[in-house]
Design a protein around this ligand. Structure first.
Ligand code: SF4
Length: 333
């Protein structure tokens, strides 16, 4: 491809092919913390089996395997594989896991993100206060299951759409087939959800609960690192005006898929890639500004590899490289 030439009204910087890295991307605080805890524990005391996926990133899974960190589907499976130590991942688990580990005399390492613990404790408290708990999120996701596990009540549900709720009418509406909510309903969210989708859900639920003396409590528990990632993505589109977005993350990483989905919804062609080899040159045809973002389980070196590959394709590296991590950062919660 021939380099673009500046017109009289454009400076070279305005025509240069460039990489723009999102202000916040990659490992979130909670995942970085969990990987650090489990790595240090394995180095100090030997093999450990996280129950479930510690991280949706194949490169990191391999690296951890080299240190003796090998995932198991359950405590029983970890036992069968000869592990004496199991771990809870950053997503958290219900209280049953600690009980199972204790019954099997296994040491338990808890890497649950403190921001997930906050939601678990909140759900417990809301149940004590008599609320029916709605968890906005994916019913299959370990974090959502863990929040429901700590809520420990039949008066709870995971839902992503109003149709997922066990009610089909607003309080006070009576008639055949009408099922209305109880008087007190509280809503919390999976920490990684999108506020632009959570708000319409919250408003619709509120309008079902509040009539006829109902009480609705809405706790926005989307975590600060997630909010920062969503805002950084919006900035790539709205302020940096990138032509294409590459969202880097393991193929199983739903939050990476989500970043690409949001980019596409905002009108910028966005691709979910796992590694530099996944970049298709056709995507870059005629493209001047490439935006780079990455999911919460993508390590810095994979992001750097993608940036280096784009440099070989004629794009200027971002000034200052990818953004350094502040070791003292602790999100608000
Ligand atoms: S996405 Fe938020 S809540 Fe989840 S692990 Fe990361 S920092 Fe914690």
């Amino acid at each position: 491809m021939t380099p673009a030439t500046a017109t009289p009204t454009e400076t070279p910087a305005q025509t240069e092919k460039r990489i723009i890295v999102a202000d916040t991307l990659g490992y979130c605080w909670g995942v970085r913390r969990a990987v650090d805890i489990i790595s240090a524990s394995a180095e100090e005391k030997g093999p450990v089996a996280p129950i479930g996926d510690i991280i949706h990133n194949p490169q990191i899974v391999e690296r951890l395997r080299g240190k003796g960190v090998v995932g198991a589907a359950s405590v029983d499976e970890a036992l069968e594989q000869g592990f004496r130590r199991v771990a809870i991942t950053a997503h958290g688990m219900g209280p049953h896991l600690a009980q199972q580990a204790s019954a099997a005399s296994l040491e338990l390492i808890d890497t649950t993100c403190p921001l997930v613990i906050k939601v678990q404790k909140l759900a417990e408290k809301l149940v004590r206060q008599g609320y029916y708990i709605v968890v906005y999120g994916d019913a299959y996701h370990p974090e959502v299951k863990s929040v429901l596990g700590w809520a420990n009540t039949s008066k709870s549900v995971a839902a992503k759409h109003i149709e997922d709720l066990p009610w089909n009418a607003a309080r006070g509406q009576e008639g055949p087939g009408k099922i209305t909510p109880p008087r007190k309903v509280a809503l919390v969210s999976q920490t990684t959800k999108n506020i632009d989708e959570l708000m319409p859900f919250a408003n619709a639920l509120q309008s079902m609960v509040v009539p006829n003396g109902g009480e609705f409590r809405f706790c926005n528990t989307i975590c600060e690192p997630t909010t920062e990632r969503q805002n950084a993505l919006k900035k790539l589109v709205e302020e940096d005006h990138v032509d294409v977005i590459l969202a880097i993350g393991g193929v199983k990483s739903s939050n990476t898929a989500r970043l690409a989905e949001v980019g596409n919804k905002m009108g910028v062609r966005s691709y979910h890639i796992e590694r530099p080899e996944d970049i298709n040159d056709d995507w870059l045809d005629g493209v001047r500004l490439v935006g780079v973002t990455a999911g919460a389980s993508t390590p810095d070196d994979v992001i750097e590899d993608v940036v280096a590959t784009l440099v070989t394709k004629g794009y200027a590296a971002p000034e200052g490289g990818i953004h350094p991590v502040d070791p003292d950062y602790v999100p608000s919660y």
